[in-house]
Design a protein around this ligand. Structure first.
Ligand code: DC
Length: 227
């Protein structure tokens, strides 16, 4: 069967990463978490003390650093920044707080989008992010936009952070999710929005397995039709 490009976009906590990973595993496709790349640039900027308002310096930093994504046996992805594993470090509240500012910089997006296009060029890839169906892989055969209610997204994000040992209140996490939605959807460059040809899937009442099954069925149907 033909190997397709699958774009999965959506806001924080919509279940993108979990579902994209499961879809990739079910199909034997490569999983690419593009948010991890924006997070790695953000971590590098925080470590190097680059002011988050200095767009030129952020663009130069993105072009200079080396970000590697290595597939893990569980279908996940380990992230390396200049050879150092940062898979956990890029999920800290400090990075959560700064990443939207880095992600709106043209020079950063240009470098990372190009890299993502290279990774997706051959097909057989499930890529998750905010602008995959609209900007990075507009020719993807399957585009899914995941959503979920604010309460459900807050609950998921809180669990994810607590599982990692961070102590945050529900209110703090809800505020962070809302703020990031506003920044990601309101920015001028590659804002978060469904592609016109994306299928919108609300995961509030779906388990990750149920959402995965729907997307896998869609991919199989399209792949079958495009041989
Ligand atoms: O999916 P995530 O929470 O790990 O993404 C982190 C941030 O990166 C998010 O606030 C928006 C940004 N991002 C983006 O602008 N474009 C992408 N393709 C992926 C993520």
């Amino acid at each position: 069967m033909k190997k397709l490009k699958v774009a999965i976009d959506g806001p924080a906590g919509s279940g993108k990463s979990t579902v994209a990973r499961l879809v990739a595993q079910a199909l034997g496709y490569l999983y690419v978490d593009t948010g991890a790349m924006y997070r790695a640039v953000t971590l590098a900027a925080l470590r190097a003390g680059v002011p988050l308002g200095d767009e030129e310096a952020l663009g130069r930093l993105a072009a200079r650093i080396n970000i590697d994504l290595k597939p893990l046996p569980d279908g996940g992805q380990a992230v390396f920044l200049d050879g150092e594993e940062v898979t956990q470090a890029i999920r800290s509240p400090e990075v959560n707080g700064a990443v939207s500012q880095v992600a709106k910089v043209y020079g950063v997006r240009r470098v990372l989008s190009r890299r993502q296009q290279e990774l997706g060029a051959l097909g057989g890839v499930v890529m998750d992010g905010r602008d995959i169906g609209t900007v990075v892989l507009p020719q993807a055969e399957v585009k899914v936009f995941l959503t979920a209610s604010l309460e459900e997204r807050t609950r998921r994000r809180l669990k994810e952070l607590r599982d990692r040992g961070f102590t945050l209140t529900e209110n703090e996490v809800r505020e962070e999710v809302l703020r990031r939605d506003r920044e990601d959807a309101g920015r001028a460059l590659a804002p978060l929005k469904p592609a016109p040809d994306a299928i919108v899937l609300d995961t509030s009442n779906l388990t990750p397995e149920e959402a995965t099954a729907r997307i896998v069925a869609l991919v199989r149907e399209r792949a079958g039709n495009s041989v």
